[in-house]
Design a protein around this ligand. Structure first.
Ligand SMILES: [Ca+2]
Length: 542
């Protein structure tokens, strides 16, 4: 058997327990099939936010080492650059050095230049072929910055009433698989499939939405209980971990207003994931029909926990269209867009631009608390499925060894027999931060290296069973993750020495990896007179 192909499938803003094989109500037969014939990881972690997670996933480093510490903003020489740094190497670049062909379909979001190709665009970062978006979010019917190679191809969506970004990403990926087999069958390949589903806006097809009618009618309180029961029954979570309380800002389901609109929001969110899974089925079919499925390592995960960002009802065209470029002012056939979470407008169609809100995000992250942006378990826990018939013997197994994004590159280098380069364009590279998960494919490890995270001042260290975590600008909390993975019993007062020791380790890590303190980022935003985007309004006020 030759070198394995690698297919890395990332999706966007999806919670820990949404998909079928992680306890959710959403139909994901193709992901479930990968899980049944591969492995599910119960404690895999991302980096809480779109761009930092993608930068870390692609490079095996921490986001702060890559220039992508927050999003793709450039706050000048004292801030993160907002571009993938020259002194880091992507998986694609490393594998090209080992005779791999490299393809990417989907969301890039690790470059600040949105229209003009730069040294941080995919073709300059090791990909032979690219189709997708440079920006981090937008319409699924008419995506901004749609690009093929280095060329803007927004006209492909404009001219095709049937265009839907999730389908386009999957169909391009399946086409790459077939083209590779046709034209370069003797080389192995690496393919990065980066979905934007189910990131807002809530866009989906009526037929997909209709299949979820009634699925969520029991409401978020009851469904959170049921999800945890299924996760425990599947052996993913422990029966003695207690369900966190409903988010304190949200009403009990029985008292919620605008129930038909709320249900529609969750039905559309589910349909977004369902549609993604349908297309992943077409990628699997292409791998199967070309005889490449057996020796392809497929990894699936989400870039951050479920997202509680509300699209404000006072959001303006100025902000969404002119400044952030994440929407168009009108639909392709000229109808005005209706922005914001407005309960009299049902989401789904091209002229709507909404998000599903905090209470459903709370369901998506069952049984954990908090969301995208935070380092508590709800912000960074993701499903991780690994499928590789030729390399993973334990079909349907579950692994509890903790892992995080830098491990993905380390694993890919290990299974492909690729050395981590010592330099790029003459610049020395930092050492890779991850550790290979290949031994975990056979069995859980007794222990692993300490893991660290930081995003916007939210931070954590995980050493063995202990997790030190803080919510900016609050104090450190300490949890015993073996007894209490849902972070309900803060032990910091009982273990001050352990808190001090882990905080010292965290500080040393943050210095070594060039973490810029949140206070400094806020100061740079004020200095440069950058108005906060709607998702930053709360952060700026803290
Ligand atoms: Ca995301």
């Amino acid at each position: 058997m030759g070198k394995p192909n690698i297919v890395l499938i990332l999706n966007d803003d999806m919670g820990y327990s949404d998909i079928g094989c992680y306890g959710g109500e959403i139909d994901t037969p193709n992901l479930d099939r990968l899980a049944a014939n591969g492995l599910r990881f119960s404690q895999f972690y991302n980096t809480a936010r779109c761009s930092p997670s993608r930068a870390s996933l692609l490079t095996g480093l921490h986001p702060h080492q890559t220039g992508i510490g927050v999003l793709t903003y450039d706050f000048g020489p004292e801030g993160y650059s907002g571009d993938l740094a020259e002194n880091c190497v992507t998986i694609a670049e490393a594998l090209k050095g080992n005779a791999y062909r490299t393809y990417m379909s989907g969301k890039w979001h690790v470059a600040k230049s949105l229209k003009k190709p730069t040294a941080s665009w995919p073709l300059a970062r090791g990909f032979d072929e690219f189709f997708g978006t440079i920006i981090g979010a937008g319409s699924f019917y008419d995506p901004s910055t749609l690009t093929r190679g280095n060329e803007n191809v927004e006209h492909e969506a404009k001219g095709n009433p049937d265009f839907f970004y999730t389908d386009a990403i999957n169909d391009q990926a399946a086409a790459y698989v077939r083209k590779h087999h046709r034209e370069t069958p003797d080389s192995p390949f690496f393919m990065y499939v980066a979905h934007t589903a189910p990131h807002w806006p809530l866009h989906a097809h009526d037929a997909d939405i209709a299949r979820y009618k009634g699925r969520f009618d029991a409401g978020w309180d009851q469904l959170r209980v049921e999800r945890l029961e299924r996760l425990v029954r599947a052996g993913i979570l422990k029966p003695f971990w207690r369900l966190t309380d409903r988010d304190p800002t949200q009403p009990p389901w029985t008292e919620a207003q605008h129930k038909q609109w709320l249900l529609r929001c969750m039905e559309v969110y589910a349909a977004q994931i369902d549609r993604m899974d349908q297309g992943i089925g077409r990628i699997l079919q292409a791998l199967d029909q070309t005889g490449q499925l057996e020796n392809t390592l497929i990894v699936f995960l989400s870039d951050n926990g479920a997202c509680a960002e509300d699209i404000p009802d006072d959001v303006t065209v100025d902000e969404l269209v002119d400044r952030l470029m994440i929407a168009k002012a009108a639909t392709r056939d000229g109808r005005p867009m209706r922005f914001g979470n407005l309960p009299h407008i049902m989401p789904g169609a091209e002229d709507t631009y909404q998000s599903y809100g905090t209470a459903w995000a709370n369901l998506s992250n069952t049984p954990f608390r908090l969301y995208k942006h935070w380092i508590h378990e709800g912000g960074i826990s993701t499903p991780l499925i690994a499928h590789w018939p030729a390399g993973i013997r334990d079909k349907g197994g579950i692994r509890h060894t903790p892992g995080y994004l830098p491990d993905i590159m380390a694993t890919v280098l290990d299974v492909t027999g690729t050395a981590y380069p010592s330099q790029r364009n003459g610049k020395p590279l930092p050492a890779i931060e991850g550790q290979t998960l290949k031994p975990v494919f056979d069995a859980d490890l007794a222990e692993r290296a300490t893991m660290f995270w930081e995003h916007e001042g939210n931070a954590a260290a995980r050493a063995g069973k202990w997790k030190l975590v803080r919510k900016y600008p609050g104090p450190w909390e300490l949890y015993d993750m073996e007894a209490d993975r849902t972070e309900l019993n803060d032990l910091s007062a009982a273990h001050p020495d352990r808190v001090a020791d882990m905080a010292r380790q965290y500080d040393a890590w943050a210095r070594r990896c060039n973490v810029i303190p949140r206070e400094k980022i806020l100061e740079l935003m004020r200095q440069q007179n950058v108005p906060p985007a709607f998702w930053e309004r709360d952060l700026v006020s803290t």
